[in-house]
Design a protein around this ligand. Structure first.
Ligand code: PRE
Length: 360
């Protein structure tokens, strides 16, 4: 699969003057709930009305969705409000039912994207459809697996494709439900700049208070749209209560978000930007030079350790460096998270250098 300008035709054809917005409840619960929320979203920036019909839950015994009945409610939404509709599909039967009920946009969830078997089954079932199909990232930060899933759909002749970034699972507890690992989304855009990319701040944050900030970051990183779970009574939602916002809150989020352009033609801006970028180029070169020098010293330590038969990993020294650098970084406005990541990478490279020397 190669990037092509045609990949974004379906999005361009919508002629939006704002990012694409997909909103609606995590789960369809009752007909009244589905229609009520839809009517509140009717005259807003929302383009597609979402509702989960089949809900993949971590553990059995929780509410697993209303099933095909909910598709009829979505059809009513379209008839009554004119909103286009969207739901998640996870197997061939879901796809057939969703297409029968004329759902406009189908998305594939993170737990399906991890399995090439499921992705192939979905691609076969969707073959030739002119509906929009969006693929959420797999639960693990594996760009190749994500793109591989999209490629299966592309090969099946599906033209209106896109991706949803919903963050990645971690064992560690963080402030996010699924850590964004923005770098993966940036790499995605580098490889496929014309494949529409939507952000899902609801699943990244897991908390409604953080949705605005994550949405703003996504727009600052040139995402094409947002998928935000919206419910009349979020606290009493049957699934994902903590991360849903009310329709009023959604409208306010859309109003407050700043949409920035990718560039500006003004000469003064461009000259100042070139000047600052030249300074960054110099510093980046210095960083590489300094890191190269550090590795040469590490090689020296490796040679010394080889002579005396001493282990490469020296945890005490390593922890001492980390502690000192976190403090130093803080005084220069660098976050602890960044300093940790950077020094862990430097340490690993240093160990790789020494491993080569001691085992030569
Ligand atoms: O101080 C050492 O013994 C080193 O080998 C250097 C170094 C480092 O790169 O800073 C590398 C490996 C050790 O685990 C600790 C520190």
């Amino acid at each position: 699969m190669e990037n092509s300008k045609q990949m974004r035709t379906w999005l361009d054809d919508l002629n939006l003057d704002h990012p694409l917005v997909i909103a609606g409840p995590c789960s369809a619960e009752t007909e009244e709930q589905v229609l009520g929320i839809a009517h509140s979203l009717k005259d807003t920036d929302v383009n597609y009305y979402r509702a989960g019909i089949w809900k993949p839950r971590t553990r059995p015994g929780n509410f697993e969705g209303v099933g095909a009945l909910g598709l009829k409610w979505l059809q009513k939404v379209k008839a009554e409000t004119g909103l286009k509709t969207a739901t998640e599909v996870a197997n061939r039967a879901h796809v057939e039912l969703a297409l029968e009920h004329d759902i406009d946009l189908l998305w594939i969830g993170a737990r399906s994207t991890v399995s090439p078997f499921i992705m192939q089954e979905l691609a076969d079932a969707l073959q030739g459809t002119d509906k929009i199909v969006l693929v959420k990232n797999p639960v693990n930060p594996d760009l190749a697996l994500w793109l591989g899933g999209i490629e299966r759909l592309h090969t099946a002749g599906i033209k209106k494709l896109g991706a949803i970034h919903r963050g990645f699972s971690t064992y560690e507890k963080t402030k996010y439900r699924n850590i964004p690992e923005w770098q993966v989304a940036i790499e995605f855009q580098n490889k496929f700049p014309d494949l529409p990319l939507i952000n899902d701040p609801s699943h990244i944050t897991g908390k409604r208070d953080m949705i605005f900030d994550v949405s703003q970051t996504a727009l600052d990183l040139n995402f094409d749209g947002l998928m935000i779970e919206t419910h009349h009574d979020p606290d009493n939602a049957w699934s994902d209560a903590a991360q849903q916002v009310t329709p009023e809150k959604l409208v306010q989020i859309m109003r407050d978000l700043r949409i920035r352009k990718e560039s500006d033609p003004e000469a003064e801006y461009n000259s100042e930007l070139s000047n600052l970028r030249a300074q960054i180029d110099i510093i980046d070169n210095q960083l590489i030079e300094t890191l190269g020098k550090r590795m040469k010293i590490s090689d020296g330590i490796g040679a010394l350790k080889k002579q005396k038969n001493v282990a490469v990993l020296q945890s005490n020294r390593w922890n001492q460096i980390l502690g000192a650098m976190i403090l130093e970084g803080e005084s220069k406005g660098l976050s602890e998270e960044f300093v940790l990541r950077m020094f862990k990478a430097i340490h690993q490279e240093s160990i790789n250098h020494q491993e080569k020397i001691v085992n030569a």
